[in-house]
Design a protein around this ligand. Sequence first.
Ligand code: UDX
Length: 436
Amino acid sequence: MDLTLSVVGCGYLGATHAACMSSLGFSVIGVDTDPDKVAMLSRGELPFYEPGLDTLLAQEIKTGRLTFTTDFSAVADADVHFVCVGTPQSKDGLAADLTYVKAAVAEIAPYLKEGALVVGKSTVPVGTAQSLRQELAQSAPQADLAWNPEFLREGFAVEDTLTPNRLVVGVANDRAEEILKRVYEPVIALGTPWIRADLPTAELVKVAANSFLATKISFINAMAEVCEAAGGDVTVLAKAIGYDPRIGNRFLQAGIGFGGGCLPKDIRAFMARAEELGAKQALEFLREIDAINLRARQRVIDVVRSELSEDLTQYKIAVLGATFKPDSDDVRDSPALDIAAQLQAAGATVVVHDPKGIEPARKRFPNLQYSENVAECIKAADLILHLTEWREYRELDPSLLGPLVKNKIIIDGRNALDRDLWRNAGWKFHALGRTD
Ligand code: UDX
């Protein structure tokens, strides 16, 4: 490949992008300010869990095409610079914190060569790209800036990068589009739809997509609340409406709701930005989406109290699942951990199990108890909460678990377990949105 790439910010998104671009044949230099992360990545070791990425990273490091450094001057040879740093929720409000994006662009600006293209991939409030492009026109007039949002899902990061369902590029001119077409040529050759947009539209596509997904989940969780009130079954309802191709059956899994590093903070940042733009009313519904989502966590706690007692101090609760979704070790804004922490704060003894997320969970909630083993976790428990739908929990044999617990009560917070199987083994089985 005749282009050299840099990736600035080697977290979840950046490490994935760097390894995937290297696998397409590009020379890639990854830059991150965290020396420990850089050291690990340079050894071909992934600082987080992502299926398939560990092997890909190790393989690409061996080729010599992929290197990592903390030294920003190393980007000087690159033609295209992907900015992949985080945009977390700010500490004092709903808006996104743009410190890292601004710092990343400022750090590389002195090293940009003639004709270099800076490509933002981070999720940013609409208008950010335009203002960064203006700043760059002052600090590095020889360079240009484009925006290329990513849509990768944790657990499918490699697949979503190398075979995405679309490529969206926000550009201010034909040249920027042509450069990006050269980068993504092998992906485009697979028939991937290519969408050219202006800078603000490209930024908006990302937050609009995440808002829609969040809305779908909160919609089905609102239906779950109504089903509980009316004596219905949300899983049957979801299946039935999902057959309508206009609705579709994906993202209609009712339960304890969405978490993670994207959906919650993106809808909040979108509301904050809309307000700044004078379009507050247009996104008022997202406030309700957020509220429905947080209510789902409370509903689980209500079921626990009604099963055990208002006063939880004498009870042991076993929590299966800490991560915000399966096949990830990410516990950022995890509904499962939030519920576990709230129950502990209410006085219960809470023991958490997770196949991959115990260490990251312990860092966030050091006061919760953790167990590496399901049998030990549920030992003498008064109640089990199933909060992240890992495959290994679906494969549990409830008849073998029965003798280990104090009470055979399980609440399925993800509507993912086989209710009949558990009931036939003598368990009292609750699921959100199912009254039977
Ligand atoms: C999301 C978007 O899907 C992705 O396109 C974007 O780039 C980043 O944000 P991710 O955060 O990896 O990806 O998770 P996703 O698979 O979307 O799930 C988000 C949350 O919603 C999880 O907590 C999951 O458990 C929950 N969820 C998902 C439901 O509660 N019900 C569903 O039907 C689907």
